[in-house]
Write a protein that binds this ligand. Structure first.
Ligand code: ADP
Length: 255
């Protein structure tokens, strides 16, 4: 179980997350959403232990991240699978070697690594690119390789930061199916995205952030409605039904 209690995060005088509290049960699939700058990545960084809270506490499967010593944090991280926003694939390693990496860190024997990597390459449909370097594959393939590397060691929790941020809608659909497949096997998934279409398609629990605070925690997508969390002011004409006098109103839109 993941439990955040009154978590705030500040950088100097800037408060990026304020008073965040929620619980995620094992096996849940949660989308963290909201516009660019809302605090999604920061929240994921806190969950990975890469950053520490300014106030409040985070406990994951009994590990209190506020007080965990560095050695134990390393071991705790082996329970996580992380898909980074820019994928962070190792440039000089092949796709198979990139996917193998977490298993090497966990000290898995070579013969088991080879078997597991073959299975994961198949899952993410990259078998034919096993020996390619990251520079030799497309954006969508890179995203799939990153998902493969995140799941290879069978983590309890997957944290994914904008996994479809740099790919076309068709590729996004493939990634979405992959996450659904991984979730069906019992893995907890926390996926940060500003992509409302993806949130609609997933139709999971949604925790929506706006300016670092939770403005929604409920199940379901947006279904064409504007999200509450909004960023840039724009002007839009609002045609009042039954009233032909049009008025200018201020609305906002996600970035
Ligand atoms: P999102 O992922 O929703 O786009 P982020 O978590 O990346 O949002 O950023 C939220 C806010 O925190 C932004 O205004 C960003 O500039 C600020 N921020 C993030 N990291 C730092 C940092 N290391 N130092 C100062 N400000 C930061």
């Amino acid at each position: 179980m993941i439990e955040l209690k009154n978590v705030s995060k500040s950088y100097g005088k800037t408060t990026v997350l304020q008073n965040i509290s929620f619980t995620v049960n094992p096996g849940e699939f949660v989308c963290i959403t909201g516009p660019s700058g809302a605090g999604k990545s920061t929240l994921l960084h806190l969950l990975t232990g890469a950053e520490t809270v300014t106030k409040g506490s985070i406990e994951i499967d009994g590990v209190n991240l506020n007080i965990v010593p560095p050695g134990a944090l390393q071991i705790f991280r082996q329970r996580l699978g992380i898909v980074f926003q820019d994928y962070k694939l190792l440039k000089n390693r092949t796709i198979a070697e990139n996917i193998a990496f977490p298993l090497e860190v966990c000290g898995v024997p070579d013969s088991d690594i080879a078997k597991r990597v073959r299975t994961v390459l198949k899952l993410v449909e990259l078998t034919k690119h096993a020996d390619s370097l990251p520079s030799e594959i497309s954006g969508g393939e890179k995203a799939r390789a990153a998902v493969g590397r995140a799941v290879v060691h069978d983590p309890m929790i997957i944290l994914a930061d904008e996994p479809t941020g740099n790919i076309d809608p068709n590729q996004s659909k493939t990634i979405l199916n992959l996450f659904n497949e991984i979730h069906a096997s019992g893995t907890t998934i926390i996926l940060a995205t500003h992509d409302t279409a993806l949130v609609d398609a997933l139709n999971t629990r949604v925790i929506e952030l706006s300016d670092g605070a939770i403005v929604r925690d409920s199940v379901g997508g947006y279904k064409g409605k504007k999200p509450k969390a909004e960023k840039h002011d724009i002007l839009e004409e609002d045609a009042d039904e039954g009233n032909d006098k049009k008025k200018k109103v201020k609305v906002t839109a996600i970035s």
